[in-house]
Design a protein around this ligand. Structure first.
Ligand code: DCP
Ligand code: MG
Length: 380
């Protein structure tokens, strides 16, 4: 049998809302809703713990949230800030292990079974990680520690905010037995209803079913339910390669000297990079322009911007300056390339696609790129 793994699941507390309260002290202690405005078809991305007391939660229509708490303060999401914090917490995780599996901007599994950090107690390290997150971001997170992903994730949710929950192999059976069925991995609203109809409301009820019965009722997932009810979850923590840069280059059909023509080519490259950035849900601080001259001499020119670059237009503003600083034009050019590096808070996009959740309809919705120009926009 495989030796016990040490898995930590970290999840930021009321993530977007906490960032807003951190950056805008007047919002602290108040019901804050981050998402679309109430007079639209927007939805709540998340809300502060103060707002949760009114029954408000993620994915609820903003109009309904408003009815539940008219004095709640609605704030536009500032994705670039959340991405930046996400980058900070991932940098902290990397000090503990390479086996990091981010699930979203604010959440990740860490497998520290083979960490070289001392003391290598998972509980100790989890506490240290929470402290570092707080020191470096001013925000709180919660952690779950256990020997598999299912239990670590459920555990991190047990004592929010700023909680640390450990489930040891000895405790697992009792813990799972009392666990409400909706907290089981893979149980959404539909499955929960079906479970309830079958009289399954908690882990103990699930244990009374044979594996083949659960498979008959829930298909492949049934097998998984059978095993996690027994504390068995062998899913590995899968590290996603951290992308270091996103770039594109093109060798020209013939050598050119016309700078406008070069800018047209660079624009096309920037558009492609923009699409890839959007797909990777990232942004970057540094743009590098690569030029190969007709005589094969190659140069690169870089510029690092204080705020992250996201759009082709952002890139072109800088690329134009860099091109004009170079000898391109005076000398004929045979290849042009653009690369973005110093990427911020990447999301691996491997799971629930939270970022793609619509905050509103196109007419009323929030353009996240635009929100950077409206820091802390509070809706009237
Ligand atoms: N999010 C979103 N839409 C959702 C769910 C979440 O846009 N339907 C965003 C906003 C959250 C962030 O993702 O701040 C993290 O999601 P969590 O589920 O971890 O929720 P929170 O961190 O806000 O709260 P909690 O303290 O319960 O983790
Ligand atoms: Mg969270």
């Amino acid at each position: 049998m495989e030796p016990h793994r040490k898995i930590i699941h970290i999840d930021m507390d009321a993530f977007y809302a906490s960032v807003e309260q951190r950056d805008h002290p007047e919002l602290r202690g108040k019901p804050v809703i981050v998402g679309g405005p109430p007079n639209s078809r927007g939805v709540v991305a998340t809300c502060s713990y103060e707002a949760r007391q009114f029954g408000i939660h993620s994915a609820m229509a903003s109009s309904r949230a408003y009815r539940l708490c008219p004095r709640a303060i609605f704030v536009r999401p500032r994705m670039e800030v959340y991405r930046q914090v996400s980058g900070q917490i991932r940098a902290i995780f990397r000090q503990y292990t390479d086996l990091i599996e981010p699930l979203s901007l604010d959440e990740a599994f860490l497998d520290i079974t083979r960490t070289e950090r001392q003391p290598n107690s998972a509980t100790w390290l989890a506490r240290e990680i929470l402290q570092r997150i707080h020191q470096q971001t001013g925000l709180t997170a919660s952690a779950g520690v256990s020997y598999n992903k299912f239990l670590a994730k459920v555990a991190s949710d047990c004592h929010k905010p700023a909680g640390l929950t450990v489930i040891t192999p000895d405790q697992a059976a009792d813990f799972i037995a009392q666990l409400p069925i909706r907290r089981f991995f893979g149980v959404g609203k539909v499955t929960e209803k079906k479970m309830h109809r079958l009289g399954i409301t908690c882990g103990a009820d699930l244990l009374t079913y044979q594996e083949h019965e659960l498979v008959r009722l829930f298909g492949k997932q049934g097998r998984f339910f059978y095993h996690i009810a027994r504390g068995i979850d062998d899913r590995p923590v899968i590290a996603h390669r951290q992308r270091k840069s996103i770039g594109n280059e093109t060798t020209l059909g013939e050598d050119i000297r016309d700078r406008d023509q070069m800018l047209t080519i660079l624009s096309a490259l920037a558009e492609k990079i923009e699409a890839r950035m959007a797909h990777a849900q990232t942004a970057a601080h540094t743009l590098t322009l690569k030029i190969k001259f007709a005589d094969f001499q190659q140069i690169t020119l870089s510029f690092t911007n204080a705020s992250p670059l996201q759009s082709a237009a952002d890139m072109m503003t800088i690329a134009t300056t860099l091109l004009h600083d170079s000898a391109a034009g005076e000398r004929a050019v045979r290849l042009l390339g653009l690369t973005l590096s110093n990427l911020v808070g990447q999301d691996t996009g491997n799971t629930d696609g939270q970022l793609s959740l619509p905050f509103g309809t196109p007419a009323t919705g929030i353009d996240t790129a635009q929100s950077s120009h409206h820091p802390h926009e509070v809706y009237a």
